[in-house]
Design a protein around this ligand. Sequence first.
Ligand code: CAO
Length: 548
Amino acid sequence: MTMVEVKVPDIGDFKDVEVIELLVKAGDTVKQEQSLITVESDKASMEIPSSHAGVVKELKVKLGDKVGEGSLLLVLEAEASAAAPAEAPAPSAAAAAAAPAPAPTVPAASPASAGGPVEVRVPDIGDFDEVAVIELLAQPGDTIQVEQSLITVESDKASMEIPSSQAGVLKELKVKLGDKVSKGTLIAVIEASAGAAPVAAAAPAASAPQAAAAPSPPVASATRSGASSPAMPPHAPGAPSASLPHASPSIRRFARELGVPLEQVKGSGPKGRITQQDVQSFVKGVMAEAGAAPKGGAVAAGVAMPGLLPWPQVDFAKFGAIERKPLSRIKKISGANLHRNWVVIPHVTNHDDADITELEAFRVATNKENEKSGVKVTMLAFLIKACVAALKKFPEFNASLDGEEVVLKQYFHIGFAADTPNGLMVPVIKDADKKGVLQISQEMSELAKKARDGKLGPNDMAGGCFSISSLGGIGGRYFTPIINAPEVAILGVCRSNIEPVWDGKAFQPRLMLPLSLSWDHRAVDGAAAARFNAYLGAILADFRRVLL
Ligand code: CAO
């Protein structure tokens, strides 16, 4: 282990600049090039990276300190392999990376003119290549001063504003947000004011880089000598507009990751600078507002929920042809109910299989016998009867929660989910315990027809104790039905299949019906749910058990 002193590298015109952020603390493990502090002058801010990887032993600066090239920032216990001196004569990769970029000099413009359109291009911004445009600071029609910032660009470590070389009226911006620009990229066309000669780009000089808003034009195009290529251009808010958020690159990145619009954040730092705390407080405020929003109501797509990301806003038409249709009235109502039930009720679902080989044979035979009656018995009618028997044996399933009380019902009204062209409806077979399978089948087909025809009345759907959702006529294996509040359980049924079942001596082909029982864990325990399902399976396997 070697102790290494990390110092402020050559940061050009940045002398006696204030430390405005400490990005690491003693004990932190830092990587080479990781930002250690942010410094800020009255015109620009920049992050200072580490020349070495290692563990921070001691920070030698505090907030408000003034630093310049050579100021000691911290002492680092460097990783053995990374302990090469930062200021080696021939710059190491670390030293090169640590060297800041020249600030953007006032860019070269098209030949001087006493009027007429002039192209403004990105000047030499060192290693700042292919950087994203993150802000447009002027718009067509604006009167622009020489050195007034036109756009802000940002790399992963720093941001900087690109100033205009020309005074005049902005005719056209040639870049948009998100565009990648490099030295020489055309950013704007300016109608030069008569007599306003563009600032010429001086020949590259070996002098230190010049800050973008340095008072004395023309400035040198700051090509640094040697291999110490720039990596850290400063953020230089040359002509801060009232709306331009004043924040360091790391805060901008932080805000972007959280989706926080910086222009809406009030900065509490010096000169209104936005701090990490400000961004966090903004997020907390938004969350608190969302939490205080509609209580008990449906939470629609697009409405923020506390603690959750906002609903994704996608321009679907960008990816192909689309058609927009309003949700049906039933879908809106059932959707809101399902959503509330799914969010409020702690659902658990038990899956099981019932052997319905004999029951199915009986059902087929019954249908044959009753062919002339016109009433067709489906498995669902038997399931309703079986559920009534299970509800009688396990009364906590024939219940509703009401505050601190459980309401146990002594009647047996069973709802069944019906698929209709307009959406899901749940008509209810009243007093199913007092009706036979044939009568239940008849009522079910009448109610299903009424549902499909949109003719169900409120009474047809009221008073349910327990619901069954059967997808058996369609297919599938298992699913997790959503409880129909204020009921405390629902049975989901899928398509039966012939399966090999071991009878102790051999596999036998048996017709197995997949059952999925969702139950409210506030009202029912897991053991009771498993017993309910097992009993239901036993009855479906042999209805004579109901008599026991
Ligand atoms: N396994 C195998 N076949 C089954 C079966 C099962 N579990 N359940 C029904 N079938 C068969 C029936 O025997 C019938 O066969 P045949 O035409 O050969 O006689 C066929 O499937 C169609 O039955 P069905 O669906 O018309 O009758 P049903 O009594 O089973 O169901 C109803 C009636 C209204 C519940 C049903 O039509 C329906 O709407 N189901 C959808 C429910 C739903 O959407 N649930 C999801 C809610 S959660 O979003």
